[in-house]
Design a protein around this ligand. Sequence first.
Ligand code: NAP
Length: 239
Amino acid sequence: MTDSTHNENKVALVIGASSSIGEAVCTAMLGAHKKVIGSYHSGSLDFEHPDIDPIRLDIADAESRGRCVASLKEHQIRLDSLVILSGAIAGCSLSEYNDDQANRTAAVNFVGQGLMIRDLLPHLAKSATVILVSSIAAERGSFDPFYAASKGAMIPFAKSLATLKGQDITAITILPGPIENSTMFGDMSSETQQSHRQQAPRGRLLQPHELAKVISDMCQPHWRHANGAVIRLNGGAYV
Ligand SMILES: NC(=O)c1ccc[n+]([C@@H]2O[C@H](COP(=O)([O-])OP(=O)(O)OC[C@H]3O[C@@H](n4cnc5c(N)ncnc54)[C@H](OP(=O)(O)O)[C@@H]3O)[C@@H](O)[C@H]2O)c1
């Protein structure tokens, strides 16, 4: 039996499907799921697929989270996989940060995600996989300290999920290095981009389709023993 046959009734929710890596991730997830629900926030999904259902979500807003969870409940959807790609970066140094930027970064990158996972717990299927996409900045720090700290907070949160009593969740945190052809990498100056390329010992950065393939594979049962693991995908730039 192939994985796709085995997983033919499975459903995944990809939060942040409108991100620059979202289409690659949603498409890869379809190899192991019958249906993917993909969230967008400010705009819309700029790709269409009959098995990918868009849903609007502001993860920092309680009402929006509530509407999203109510929709899953109404349609009696159980999630086999939950992947959180959403993230925000102000791109400021500490002295440039204002209170609103700091609070938004924390809300989008961590607090809102934690509260969303809390509300999704009753809607997770048995043996569900939860994948949080953090960043190399979580361990290495960053020019933007609130971004780094909010991404770092995801690690102990996922480890706590991994040992949550009464649940059978596989929780994994992924720490990608800079991703080629992505929004956040594209927003860096060419000097910063060049410096990231030089720091990569093998001379190449992660591609969206490579990350997508890793994420979709991690939703398979053979990854269950990685429960609680922190997976670095930075090509050896930070070990
Ligand atoms: N790109 C990199 O080099 C890199 C490296 C390491 C880690 N990462 C992580 O990988 C993820 C994707 O990065 P990216 O460069 O593809 O980012 P991106 O294109 O800027 O996408 C950000 C995503 O977050 C969503 N989002 C923002 N605020 C939200 C809110 N309040 N509620 C719900 N969703 C919200 C956006 O939705 P809308 O667009 O619909 O508003 C979008 O889907 C991020 O978590 C980032 O931290 C990226």
